[in-house]
Design a binder for this molecule. Sequence first.
Ligand code: PLP
Length: 362
Amino acid sequence: MARPIQAVIHMGSLRRNLEAMRRLAGNRMLWAVVKADAYGHGLERAVRAFEGADGLAVIDIFDVERARRFGWKKRILLLQGFFRPEDLDVVEPMGAEPVVHNEELIRMLERRAPFRDLRVHVKINSGMNRFGFRPEEEPRVRARLAAIPGVRVMGVVTHFANACPEWDYGGPVPVREQMERLGEIARRTSGACFANSAAAIWLPQVGGDAVRIGISLYGVTPEPGVPSASLGILPGMTLRSEILAVQNVHPGESVGYGSRFTARRPSRIGVVACGFADGYLRSTPPGSPVWIEGRTAPLVGRIAMDVMMVDLTDHPTARVGSSVELWGRNIPVEDVAARAGTIAAELLCGIAPRVPFVEDED
Ligand SMILES: *Cc1c(COP(=O)(O)O)cnc(C)c1O
């Protein structure tokens, strides 16, 4: 028998999240961002759940081939373009659309032309300062790309460094200026795609013709502390397991490696089949909740490679075999992440290969 731990992917929630984000996107085209194996949910599942999206957005060239193999027939955006000239052997025949974010990529295209029909997007640097051309370079880059035989410029993309509610939009002038320049590009050109989840939710003034929606499709609000229910989205993943053993511990006795927890009262300690080798971060502090049959129980002691301990003293019905939710509908993954000092996406992407995935229609 396999260990009882499972990552349950809620296909119905993923579908409903797409509908919720579609309502928010209005009449803009929606790219479903499925990089990193669909934020840990599995690309093949994402292809099925997001069949109503207008396109998929990925990072790996290999994911273009995978998505096509899984039956995706619509558009595919390559968020970081291509990496080597030979990538174009896959990109063009598979009908993927790379962003072009620097001069080297333009030169690779020029050297490899002519193309049959290669659709590209100009990447603008709006202040993240990782990829892209400055806004004022857009006309020049567009003209140079358009001059390459077989290359078609589909639009302009940017990725904001800040788009969260606490960001004061009326604040830093350089940011506002950049937004104005982007707005100018959006009015002048077609195919502008500026917003990720956060910008689509909190910066309606960003506009454009398309949005790239990632984290919120998986039921996570981009800003920790904003409940996902307020956006009408639900967690796409539940990490669940079971209690393997229960120990009755006397006052003064300790639990786990390093004896980090010492019982102050007669205690029932549950041993849960989930450890850091499953992707639950060892840095998650004691006191963090798990959900056991209708109520929470706090973590105690150190998280080990294969197990963690929970205090069941105030949970008399929990016993060996009880189901444990590590994160999901009752324990938001955002909260677990915040306690561990990270963001939900890191936890979702970090489920270890040894954890079996199952699906339900919830
Ligand atoms: C990951 C990514 C997105 C999606 O962002 P979310 O915050 O997950 O919605 C959009 N654009 C680019 C370029 C990305 O890398």
